[in-house]
Design a binder for this molecule. Sequence first.
Ligand code: BGC
Length: 744
Amino acid sequence: MNNKFTFVTKIFLIKYFCVLFTICFVEGSFAQTNQIESKIDSLLSRMTLEEKIGQLNQFAGTNKQRDELVEEGKVGSFLGVKGAAEINRIQKIAMEKSRLKIPIIFGNDVIHGYKTTFPIPLAASCSWDTELVKSSAGIAAFEAASEGTNWTFAPMVDIARDPRWGRIAEGAGEDPYLGSAMAIALVEGFQGKNLSDKNTIAACAKHFVAYGAAEGGRDYNTVDISDRTLKEIYLPPFKAAVDAGVVTIMSAFNSLNGVPASANHYTITDILKNSWRFNGFVVSDYNSIGELINHGIAGNKAQAALKAITAGVDMDMVGDTIEGYVYEPNLSKLIDEKKLSIKVIDASVRRILRVKYRLGLFEHPYVDTSYFRNNSLASSYKNSVALRLAEESIVLLKNKKNILPLKKDIKSIAVIGPLADDHYDPLGPWACMPVPENVVTVLQGIKNLVPASTKIKYIKGCEIIGGDKKEFDNAVKVAGESDVVILILGESAGMSGEAASRTNIDLPGFQEKLAETIFKVGKPVVVVLMNGRPLTINWIAENIPSVLECWFLGDQTGNAIANVLFGNYNPSGKLSVSFPRSTGQIPVYYNHLNTGRPFQENNKYTSKYLDSPNTPFFPFGYGLSYTTFKYDSIKISENKIKIGDTTSVSVKVMNTGKAAGEEIVQLYLRDLVASVSRPVKELKGFKRIYLNPGEEKTVTFSITPAMLKFYNIDMKKVIKPGKFQIMIGGNSNAALSDYFYVEE
Ligand code: BGC
């Protein structure tokens, strides 16, 4: 009795304090919000029109003339200024010499690391490890903040179904669910628990929106997609970023269904600001407001400025530097001519000031070098996150004769290929402040790992792009003298990223020829690929027994690859994007519709090509391990549920091989009959598990109402009663399947 009483009392007290804490917390944050808003009111009431428009301007780089503009309160932000000394110098002008002492926000592209360079985002998304990705963003934020950057133009959350598009390297691949998970991880990593902490920076989800759907995969090209595709595929990662608290969004270069993204009221104001209640600010992409003239929706810069600001673009990123900026001086003219209301300007200024307050810039405008000195992150920690993420990003595409993992006491190794001893390309197309000397090349990584007695012979073999076959004979000789050949092939960093689209996504130059020549020598060959997009590698995938997709892995490239080659790390990466068989198949993605005539063998009038299977070479979610996993006993807790109810599904996964390893268990759903066609499957959950040989684990997923919702014919989100299929497995061809029913 006594015990029971104590127990009940304890529970009551815990609940009481929880409620009290929640009230205080909510009230506290309300009070904080109110405080910020009244500070903004006060500032706005004192700002001149020029000072207000100043906040809406972002300049690229500093100079003497711009120092004067800062003093006059005409600069809201700088892009591309790096280093504590210069940033503190300019900030000092803003804080001491400008009339209202409004701090500047300094933005940079901290995409996958600041100094410590992590794998490119496409690679990191193949880890499916949101916690680790979050840690990498936390480190990047710390390093960037320690040198004065307050704001990163990341994460790039554009879904990309077209590997010709070079910017596929910057995002998380083809899937909105995985893309959303990565978006959340990166926003949380950059912005931390409290945005006003000194070691966090503002994030920016970009490029709003549907930039990845550029026609023909050509960068900056037109986008024409349905509202359904926009809402189901391209918007979700942005919504996830907003829900995770991202404080800025970048409007894109492309036009969307005829309306350029940087003048798109529907996407920026109706959806982002009104429907999603995003209360941060929107920055244009680099001169994308000025480019409204090229898009043909503005005859001059004044019209471009009017269209952008009324659509909801708050800050003008680097208008044209030669002829002057777009917002400045055009917005003031528009006000004078009564074409624009001051309320519109005020609303944008408010959003920008709000972010500056939330960042704590008014309280600590300068880089506090002593704080960063006293709280420095150990390089062992940074390198261990970089190494682990690099290892987890590697996808084992093929291991036919179990050539991998290699034995550590192997007598001789030939390391061949233009990327084998390269310190630059592994940094990828968008490293921020990289230190190439810190990049461990594959050759170095292998040398670090094997005993001194192992003979390692290295030869470049050919160039990445162009070149000739002059070194082929020597490469053949080196291969012939070795027990195993490791061929490191791929793209240069500059072949992906911005303005780097390709119509042919084969290995460039003479690299495939090199692989064919070396293969003929008859020694075991492993191909290690480095690239910023899926490539068409049919010959390699069909002939070379072991193939590792390594993307661009950053500083720890060589150590991570060597660890995988020699089995210190058992590969667990899963593709976040499909690998096509040919460019003619593009777009090829797993969550397609069924069509009225899905492919059937020996039936001519079904949806197919005469010269290629429909399927990709390697599907979304795919990746091998040095062990094998068996999926068994799928069980749904409730096979019949009411609309709004939750059920769950479990599956047994067993490690049936000889090595311990991690598996990424993937859950896919299909709504079999709905009012509009639904994809043949959609990823709705994933879990990473670790299993020792022979070990079995039961993995359970909740199936929540949110997972069953879709946009009906009226574009309303609903759950349709009926039959749903669940598929679970280690890739998007997940074979284990069962059904459940949702009833009215
Ligand atoms: C890119 C953005 C980038 C900006 C600033 C633009 O060209 O599209 O992704 O953030 O430049 O560097």
